[in-house]
Design a protein around this ligand. Structure first.
Ligand code: CP
Length: 310
């Protein structure tokens, strides 16, 4: 398949065929990370700039590791330590970064829309590493890869996404991607954490977790985003955990072979207990491992790497 995209801003812009192509290619890239020497020359001479204006552990590190495993040069800038604190706008910063001739900018930003604006404005590839409540496309791709790896196909899978749907770019990207690939999604949250217009999303909605658990092939828990909750969306954390937390009893109610997912970072004791996070059903660290392979694939496709990865 010829890759037709300069940028990756959201899953919404990808066809099922393109998502399938990314997931298929990621297996070759995953194999590289299992070698003694985890490096191929595919993107030698290319420069990847990581602009992270919001905290990140997994996405930032895995993009950097992915780029380095493909021999690209990387440099990273976070909000702290940049000239943002001196009043420089993100678009001025982007123009200045562009003057240094990167081939790709990976951008995380606390507000929706900035990656798209940069992509329209800059000649290099732009990859969205999460923008506000909008999308986190690389997370959804690694989630879909992890499910496909476990179940063989996404078609017909029942995936429950549980928690703070309103503030979750992970939920949005996964609803777009999973349903496009033939999975069924059920969103579970208290009414106050469901976004306006959720009834127009291609997903079932439940305000109760217990009835959803037994039929789910995957239960994806979302972090309660304390930093975005500037008003009270539920009475208290203990009540939230009682009704919406994944605990040992709920794990025992899951069907044979069903898996537990979480994009991280986890609030242990809030949306997920230690028992659940560390249970044999958990594929949370597989998700992290697969994030490197997915991001290698996306850098390769975006930067027009060599024809093979040997
Ligand atoms: N899943 C995710 O985006 O994690 P980070 O915020 O640590 O990058």
């Amino acid at each position: 398949m010829k890759w037709a995209h300069k940028d990756l801003i959201g899953i919404q812009e990808l066809t099922a065929g393109e998502i399938g192509h990314i997931l298929d290619m990621a297996s070759s890239f995953k194999e590289i990370s299992k070698r003694d020497i985890k490096k191929v020359p595919t993107l030698r001479g290319k420069t990847v700039v990581l602009l992270f204006y919001e905290a990140s552990t997994r996405t930032r590190l895995s993009f950097e590791i992915a780029a380095k495993r493909l021999s690209a040069d990387t440099t990273a800038l976070s909000q702290a330590g940049s000239s943002f604190s001196k009043g420089e706008t993100i678009m001025d910063a982007a123009s200045n970064v562009m003057a240094m001739a990167p081939d790709c900018i990976v951008i995380r930003y606390p507000h929706a829309g900035i990656p798209r604006k940069m992509a329209e404005f800059l000649p290099c590839s732009v990859i969205n590493a999460g923008d506000g409540y909008h999308e986190h496309p690389t997370q959804a791709l690694l989630d879909m890869y992890s499910l496909k790896e476990r179940f063989g196909s996404l078609k017909g899978l029942n995936v429950a996404i549980v928690g703070d749907i309103m503030h979750s770019r992970v939920a949005r990207s996964n609803v777009y991607g999973l349903t496009r690939m033939g999975a069924r999604v059920t969103l579970v949250a208290p009414k106050t954490l469901l976004p306006p217009g959720v009834e127009t999303w291609n997903a079932r909605v439940s305000t109760e977790l217990d009835p959803v658990i037994p039929s789910a092939d995957a239960v994806m828990m979302l972090r309660v985003q304390m930093e975005r909750l500037n008003e009270r969306f539920f009475p208290d954390i203990r009540e939230y955990s009682t009704f919406y937390g994944l605990n040992r009893k709920r794990v025992e109610a899951m069907k044979d072979g069903a898996v537990i997912m979480h994009p991280g970072p986890m609030n242990r004791g809030v949306e997920i207990t230690h028992d659940a996070a560390d249970s044999a059903r958990s594929i949370i660290l597989d998700q992290v491992e697969n994030g490197v392979a997915i991001r290698m694939t996306l850098l390769y496709l975006s930067l027009g790497g060599a024809a093979n990865v040997d």
